[in-house]
Design a protein around this ligand. Sequence first.
Ligand code: UT7
Length: 328
Amino acid sequence: MTDAPTPHAAILSLGAYRPGRQVPNEEICHQIDSTDEWIRTRTGIAERGWALPEETLEVMAVGAATDALQAAGVEASSLGMILVATCTNGQPIQPLAIRVAAALGTELPALEINATCAGFCYGLGVARDLVRGGTADRVLLVGAERLTDVLDTTDRGTAFIFADGAGAVVIGRSETDGIGPVVWGSDGERGKVLKLVPDYTELRNDPTLPKPSISMEGRRVFKWAAEEMPKVAEAACKAAGVTLADIDVLVPHQANQRITEVIVRGLELPERVVVADDIATSGNTSSASIPLALHRMRAEGRVKSGDLALLIGFGGGLAYAAQVVTLP
Ligand code: UT7
């Protein structure tokens, strides 16, 4: 066997699918005894995208995938792997990734990843290694969520945060290294602060239980993210061989604008760094939030090709993953 040089990997394109219904705070407030002002001040959210009945998880995932493939100018048949990050696939025995592969007219290897809100960055870490290892020349990575399927719209702690949507990227071989090493990990000891209640097994054993919905100890998740993510971000920069002064764009998971602000302060990022604020109109879309934010910033011309972006995913599990990437 000959030792071929390790190929470089980079993000080649961005794609997005935003649901058809924008829901303003006012529409949610009356169900949870809240106000538009409270939601805006505590989270930065003014409105969020909630899927229409026909906008299934698969429809959104395929929409984002098709958009990313078109933007890259490549056919689905040229891919070596399809990865789909999601935590809201209600039919896990028929993985969403395989349904996406079929909808794109392929029989490609396809793998579903559930690392909750860190799923996109986990997927990017895996895709990078698939390309660098020579297993796949190109990988499609989708982050797709339909969180309204598991949202209790009367729950004061979650109804105003979570939303729907899908984002996608094509990753492929490139002349230069465009995806830094992933820094990732988990904290299962603290995982119970964010989960589905009841879970599907409990529901099967006792059908009188209410339908599963997200239960979150928001303050504890907030504290963990605010304390740990600046350290993770610094480690990702170090792993990529860059300093925070080199970063042009910061895209933390769009969980809460206040968490983003704490990370910005913790890292002492210079004013010139463009910081994602997609949560204001998209809400928290878990594994879709980072590619959706990137897509919008690029479409609005707030970031450009070649910019160095620091991505930080974090959420249920608890799970986190971060890396530095060059924007396509
Ligand atoms: O994506 C997965 C990861 N998830 C996250 O990162 C979410 C992290 N957590 C958060 O974003 C925040 O914890 C929330 C936005 C969920 C909640 O904000 P908070 O600042 O942590 O609120 P809190 O639960 O500490 O409650 C503060 C006050 C309480 O009143 P008192 O005791 O101070 O008088 C609550 O009763 O706000 C009250 N409150 C509300 N008021 C109006 C709690 N929920 C609401 C509400 N509307 N929906």
